[in-house]
Design a protein around this ligand. Structure first.
Ligand SMILES: [Zn+2]
Ligand SMILES: [Zn+2]
Length: 97
C-alpha cells in the first residue's frame, strides 16, 4: 500500500524534470520517456506501459498489464500518452474474438 503513493510521488517529480529539460530534443524518438506503439502506432509514455514497444492500452489488452484509466486531454491520454488508436487486432480482442 505504501508503495503506491511513493511511486506516484516519484512519477510526479520525474514529470516536472522532463518538462524543464525539453529545450534540446533529439530528432526522431524523444528522450527516454516516449515511444511509438508497434501495435497501434500511438505515441506513449514508456513509464506508464509495462512494455518497451507497446502503449499501455495494447500492453493491457494483449498481455494483461494493468489498465490505464485514460484521461483524454486534447486527443491524448494525459497519463500514458495513448492517442486513442487501436489496431484491428486489438479491436478484435476487445470484441472477444
Ligand atoms: Zn498501442
Ligand atoms: Zn492512458
Amino acid at each position: 500500500m505504501t508503495a503506491a503513493w511513493r511511486s506516484t510521488g516519484v512519477a510526479r517529480l520525474a514529470a516536472g524534470k522532463a518538462n524543464r529539460g525539453e529545450t534540446r530534443m533529439p530528432t526522431g524518438a524523444s528522450a527516454e520517456g516516449e515511444g511509438r506503439c508497434e501495435e497501434c502506432g500511438s505515441g506513449f509514455v514508456r513509464a506508464h506501459s509495462g512494455m518497451a514497444a507497446l502503449c499501455a492500452e495494447c500492453a493491457h489488452v494483449l498481455y494483461g498489464y494493468p489498465a490505464c484509466g485514460h484521461v483524454m486531454v486534447a486527443g491524448r491520454c494525459a497519463t500514458c500518452g495513448w492517442d486513442g488508436s487501436r489496431s484491428a487486432y486489438v479491436r478484435g480482442r476487445l470484441e472477444g474474438r
